[in-house]
Design a protein around this ligand. Structure first.
Ligand SMILES: Nc1ncnc2c1ncn2[C@@H]1O[C@H](COP(=O)(O)OP(=O)(O)OP(=O)(O)O)[C@@H](O)[C@H]1O
Ligand SMILES: [Mg+2]
Length: 267
């Protein structure tokens, strides 16, 4: 089972959209896919027509169980199937917004999600984690659990500043890990007609030559239409330009995965 986290401390950069789109593709290609919502706003949860204000069993229970020192925590109880074949969700409830305050006194809560996912490792091929746009216990859990980090970023001046902060966070979390995850920066909501976007993309590539994906996810009205319907854009408008771009991104990520696996087999 592979675990990818989609994260950026900046809001509104396409994190949730990237999770839904990649998960939509993976599941329709026959991979057993789980999405995990670690954002207190519960956008991913709402996308799949669940209400994060009312949901009873969610990722919150994992933290609660761990805090109560419960043995035999079973994440299966908190996972739901969706209406889409091969696509399941571990939803968020808005209660997870209170976790930072609660766990400050408990400590040792950085691996709650990682430990839980180990228990479902035979059930899924891919797990995609959506993380909140702020640094806290949920983002730490998301970064600590994954083998690869996808960082969506807008190509604009202020976003580049935010990205510096995000890379710093990622490196800080990496320091404490033996198996260092890799990361890919994905330019999102890209509007090729504007000069500012084109210039920012060039600067982005200059700043992170090793880590910026060599293509972009374009602005596409189909993305918003699909979210209103609660259907991954990959199913809602399979021929759209954003789906073409997400397909190319996924193909690259799968290829890199294989390379990493080979390297690990050699070592
Ligand atoms: N390629 C795209 N083309 C057009 N609209 C998009 C695209 N990607 C995302 N959007 C829209 O932009 C908005 C923000 O996207 P999204 O919710 O995925 O960002 P986010 O990073 O998860 O935000 P937050 O930080 O609030 O969780 C949404 O309304 C979404 O429908
Ligand atoms: Mg989001």
């Amino acid at each position: 089972m592979k675990i990818w986290t989609v994260s950026n401390q900046k809001g509104g950069v396409g994190k949730t959209t990237t999770v839904v789109s990649l998960a939509g593709l993976l599941s329709s290609w026959g991979f057993r896919t789980l999405v995990v919502d670690l954002d207190p706003h519960g956008s991913l949860t709402s996308y799949f027509k669940l209400n994060p204000d009312e949901i009873e069993l969610s990722v919150y229970n994992l933290f609660h169980d761990t805090g109560q020192k419960k043995t035999n925590i079973d994440p299966h109880a908190y996972i739901q199937t969706t209406e889409f074949d091969g696509l399941s969700i571990l939803p968020a409830s808005t209660a997870i917004a209170t976790l930072d305050r609660q766990v400050a006194s408990l400590g040792g809560m950085g691996l709650v999600v990682s430990n839980a996912l180990k228990k479902v490792s035979n059930d899924y091929d891919y797990v995609l984690i959506d993380s909140p746009p702020m640094l806290g216990i949920l983002m730490i859990n998301a970064l600590a659990a994954c083998q690869h980090i996808i960082i969506p970023s807008l190509a604009e001046h202020l976003a580049l500043k935010g990205l510096e902060r995000m890379i710093h966070t990622v490196e800080m979390v990496f320091k404490s890990r033996k198996n260092k995850p890799s990361y890919t920066i994905v330019p999102t909501l890209f509007d090729k007609r504007t000069r500012a976007a084109r210039d920012s993309l060039i600067r982005l590539k200059q700043s992170y030559p090793e880590n910026v994906w060599n293509s972009v996810i374009p602005i596409d009205t189909k993305v918003r239409d699909a979210s209103i319907e609660g259907v991954p854009v990959t199913l809602y408008a399979p021929k759209s330009k954003s789906v073409e771009a997400y397909t190319a991104l996924l193909e690259l990520l799968l290829l890199e995965n294989k390379k990493v696996d080979k390297k690990m087999a050699v070592n």
